[in-house]
Ligand binder design. Sequence first.
Ligand SMILES: [Zn+2]
Length: 249
Amino acid sequence: MLLSEERAALAEAGRRLAARGLVIGTSGNLSARAGDLVAVTPTGGVIGELTAGQMTVISLADGSVVDGDLAPTSEVPMHLAIYRATGAAAIAHTHATTSTAIGLIADEIPLVHYTMLGLGGAVRVAEYACYGTEQLAEHVVKALEFKQAALLRNHGSIAVGSSLAKAVDNLELCEWAAQTYHQALLASAVTGRPPRELTQSEQEEVIMAALSSGYGTTKKIQADDGDGNGGDGGDTAGDSDAPADGSRQ
Ligand SMILES: [Zn+2]
């Protein structure tokens, strides 16, 4: 079976997204690239129940089916356009509720939390076009420029990554950011106070801190260095379960 590892990873990612409530039934599609080939979910499949053997392998060059029994996702044009335009190794797309909702009423999720730096900062909304079209593919590629995630107007969200697990991480972070922003908008309607965004210098400070501390990775507590606090690594380890980070992109 061609791309057996990638196909198994697609099945695993589908189960994970379904368990987190980010994908309902047959909505959404996933893909993973390996050289000139792309493993994709089939059209009409229930994402959370697909097996590796039900995935389809297509050619990156023209989208033709190279291996598999089922017709590939209707969003092949979007997946191929993203691979051609970026260095992404994998793509995850679903109709996650809050991401879809924010795409109806805003042009972006502003940079309201430092972990969004892992997505490239504010998340843009791609202009609407019918699913499965080259026009939608074009809008999404534009919205993803220098970003790891984007919202699709009247449709859903999408994320890319250096692996399928990372693309799913990014999609989950995007949905979490959408939920947080949504809550802030509701509170804002009551208080009249707009959600605060991070300033440029605050963003730079976070990036420098993440680079120097290895943010998002677990680390052993260092041996007592004489000042009684057990070293300087312990205060950042608690952030290791954050939804994503900016240091591993
Ligand atoms: Zn869709």
